[in-house]
Design a protein around this ligand. Sequence first.
Ligand code: SAM
Length: 205
Amino acid sequence: MLKKRLMAIANLVKKDAIVIDVGTDHAYLPIYLSQNKIAKKIIATDISQNALDGAQKNIEKANIKDITLICTDGLNGIDIFYDTLIISGMGASRIINILDNHNLPNYIILSSNNDYYKLRKYMNKIGYKIIKELVVLENDKYYDIISYEKGNEKLSNINLKYGISKDKKYYKYLYQKQKEIFKKANFIKKMLIFKELIILKKLSI
Ligand SMILES: C[S@@+](CC[C@H](N)C(=O)[O-])C[C@H]1O[C@@H](n2cnc3c(N)ncnc32)[C@H](O)[C@@H]1O
């Protein structure tokens, strides 16, 4: 059984998708997608051969035949067709580097470890709109998981910073975090944060 974060990603994969999981590491997600007949075909890649050796062992243990493992940096050299791209468990800058200058599919699922603002802004700029956004609390850390499709949308600064998940517990957590920053801020910074604090408070109730 997958942990909450990977399960949330799996739940966003469409039936019979042809998936590429970039930075698969242990390949837990591809194994789940194959075992549960969610994906039709799966390519699992990693920059680390060591990680892929571990993935290979897990795939063999699970007796799975339909996962193709490839050792590469991001999407470099991938010439196999896929309609769903998943990148999770990396920082926003690394994810952006992987996406940059590649022919991307219509459907993308991303889960960054940090800087969601930068990632949402980038996706918006390259012509992708948010389809669904989920927030998952795992090991005392919140993870934001977003599915995208090609398209344009206008996102407010608050949406770019804090997303569109409508998860009240998450917004409450963000509110408390911003409140702490507000307490320690100088006058000018307080003025800048105040409006945001009010919005976060409203979103959390
Ligand atoms: C923390 S693990 C995440 C594993 C899995 N995707 C998840 O969400 O649980 C990050 C993995 O990304 C791989 N990675 C880092 N940079 C990469 C890149 N540029 N291209 C492919 N894989 C990369 C690492 O080797 C590592 O196995």
